[in-house]
Design a protein around this ligand. Sequence first.
Ligand SMILES: NC(=O)C1=CN([C@@H]2O[C@H](COP(=O)(O)OP(=O)(O)OC[C@H]3O[C@@H](n4cnc5c(N)ncnc54)[C@H](OP(=O)(O)O)[C@@H]3O)[C@@H](O)[C@H]2O)C=CC1
Ligand SMILES: O=C(O)C1=N[C@H](C(=O)O)C[C@H](O)C1
Length: 280
Amino acid sequence: MSGAATNDPPVNEMGLVVVGAAGRMGQALIRAIHTIPGARVAGAIERAGSPHLGKDAGELAGIGNIGVAIGDDPLPAFAKADGVLDFTSPAATVEFAGYAAQARIVHVIGTTGCSADDNAKIKAAARHATVVKSGNMSLGVNLLAVLVEQAARALDADDFDIEILEMHHRHKVDAPSGTALLLGEAAAVGRGIDLDGNSVRSRDGHTGVRKTGSIGFATLRGGSVVGDHSVVLAGTGERITLAHHAEDRAIFARGAVKAALWARGRKPGLYSMRDVLGLA
Ligand SMILES: NC(=O)C1=CN([C@@H]2O[C@H](COP(=O)(O)OP(=O)(O)OC[C@H]3O[C@@H](n4cnc5c(N)ncnc54)[C@H](OP(=O)(O)O)[C@@H]3O)[C@@H](O)[C@H]2O)C=CC1
Ligand SMILES: O=C(O)C1=N[C@H](C(=O)O)C[C@H](O)C1
């Protein structure tokens, strides 16, 4: 049969399963994989009972038929794939982490709002899977985090207060955003403090004066905003604002595919987008 034409994909293309394939990010991921050399859609998964089961994932994402029907059984799909792209919900992500570990494949996690317990389970799964997890997969935000860390280190906590503002679309279910927390963590690292012990996640009523060294968060929700983040370093008589505005979910999707290609062949473990981008 040598030289015969086949419909098989090129042997070294990375086969990626998109879980939550009908979601806002799921559809953006299908479009991104379609345009990035070296990757192909190997499967598309939604939850049992989803109205999207059986539809072609490419048709749903607006790029035409790609011959991949949306199914509801992740295990057999993972067994035939090299990696999973996961922008779903914390509960689903923890479940998929277990399956990715069983299949010993790459698991790229963009899901936000994970609890400490969820993160512990994901970390355990990363003993067998190569996991890249980040609250934001864009190059711009990860570079911003580096700048925030530098600014927080350079500007003394007695002189400059750090506040993080974010705005997202009306459908977002978690707050503060994963990105706001990632930026808060960068500021905390710069200041050499623990974020959990020093963050102020909301203010209401008679709050008293601002605690020196705390990192404040403010959350706005509305309309179709893809994702806006600002880190304000407020001193006496001057203010520095470092900001990022996401205009299209394609920036997250391209980052996720890049992360999967980077992770392929690496040893199991929990990696960040800063590792992928060489910004660590
Ligand atoms: N890290 C990053 O760069 C980014 C992260 N995100 C995060 O990604 C996540 C998803 O965002 P978005 O796409 O806007 O949300 P959507 O609600 O549009 O999409 C999530 C999809 O996952 C599906 N899903 C949920 N549970 C399961 C399951 N058990 N099995 C299969 N599919 C499931 C949902 O189905 P159903 O509707 O039936 O529940 C839905 O189709 C959020 O946590 C968000 O914060 C978003 C953008 C960038
Ligand atoms: O839910 C979203 O939409 C987004 N979620 C991520 C977050 O929580 O920071 C990333 C991005 O801002 C969009």
